[in-house]
Every structure is written in C-alpha cells, then in structure tokens.
Design a protein around this ligand. Sequence first.
Ligand code: HPA
Length: 267
Amino acid sequence: MDATAIVRDRTGDEPVAVGLVLGSGLGGIAAAVDGTAIPYSDLPGFPGAGVSGHEGALVIGRLEGVRVAILAGRSHYYESGRADAMRIPLETLKALGTDELILTNAAGSLMPGVGAGAVMLIADHLNMSGANPLIGEKTDARFVNLVDAYDPQLRAGLRAAAEAEAVTLHEGTYAWCAGPSFETPAEIRALRILGADAVGMSTVPEVILARFLGLRVAAVSIITNMGAGLAEEAISHAQTKAMAPRGAALFERILRRYLQARIRPRG
Ligand code: HPA
C-alpha cells in the first residue's frame, strides 16, 4: 500500500480541506487536533524526521471544524542534500484532497525592531541555496512559475484573521539558506541589501514542490532570533526551540480564526 492508501485505511475517505506543515517548535498545534497521528515511519516515502523539536507524524483530523492534514516534522535539505525530500508527503496531501497548503517555519529576523516572538507572513522568497527540488524532473511542468507563489487570496485571508485576533502579522521576503550552520554576519548584511526580511533553512523547496503540484500556498515564519550579527545574543538551535512556542501561540490564534472563517465566511 502507498502512503495515501494507508492514511485512507486509518482515517477514512473524507477529503482534507487544508494541509499544514509545522516547523521547529511548532508541533504543539498538531497536539490540538482532534484526530489520528500516523508516524512517518509507517508511511512509505516519508522522511525519518530526525531533527529534535520535530515530531515526524502525519496528523489527520479536525481543527475548528475543518478537516486538516498536518505534516508535523519536515525533512530539511541539510539532512540529506536532497531538496525533494518532502515530495511524497506533499503528493500525499494532494491525493488526500487538499489544494491548499499552509507552511510554517522558525526563522531569524532581518527586520529592525522585530525580534523573537514575532510572526511574519511570507510574501516572496530568495533561494540562496543553489538547490531546487525539481532538478532531475523530466517533464516540462518543472518550469514552475513562481510569480504569486505565495497565494494572494490565502495571504489576504491570513491577514484578515490576524487583524480579527489583534495579532501583528508582519509581511516580507524569506531567504532560504541551506544550513545547517547559521549564516555569517556578512551573509546577513548581504541578505538585507538583497531585500530579505527573514532567513531560514526550510520551506522554499516545499513551496516550489507545492506549486509544481498545483497546490495553493501560504507560509508563515515564526521569528526566534535576530539574524547573525544583528543582536548580542548567540544563535543556537536550543534558542530556536525555546523561542518558537511564543510565536507559535500567536500563529495558532491566526490559524484558528482563519479556519473558522472558511466555515463561516461572515461570522
Ligand atoms: N538562520 C537560519 N535559520 C534559522 C534561524 C536563523 O537565524 N533562526 C531559526 N532558524
């Protein structure tokens, strides 16, 4: 059985309305879902999500009444050198019926005065990694158009949800650096000149894959630190995990309000 068949076997045939990918320290949202968690290790083609702070389970269930599929834990390019490690999980979400994907990540801020605990809606990205998940793809579909890759309508919905919750939602450009080492201060200065507002080690390959698959995409960065050299504090993964829950709580409020509005558009 492939992953989709296994998921259907365990959770039924009801189509999924919204897919979610949770980044470092954001796993708490999956725990709030009323549903079934299937470990990635049970799903052929899913990554052995090996980074601490990542759950490594596909959670299918309801959040605010909306049928969701949550990828709690992702594989990063820096783990394997493969940028397409999330291809089968994303294909599985599509096969389960969704055409809407909301991605999250932990990120460093390049925005003056916007630090740990802030939440940023991604409007566009800079791919600084040199990698692409579609290298080797044979069909002409590989020439994916990335104008409005971050769907304007979904972004408007998330902005409206943030406003209704009185949560400040910044908006800007996310730079994908390969990692796993953090950036140098010189790289951060260069990224600022290039127009980046946040920096991280994920999300962009999934956005490219999702657009390739025809999914509509929105993505949100949870700011866990200032970019290298922009603050006194030393950057570490421990700090990422410690700070992510703050912004994650704000994101959860935005997400719940967003999902409520899907069911009751004027309510
Ligand atoms: N750089 C890259 N990735 C990150 C950072 C950062 O400063 N913070 C959290 N993830």
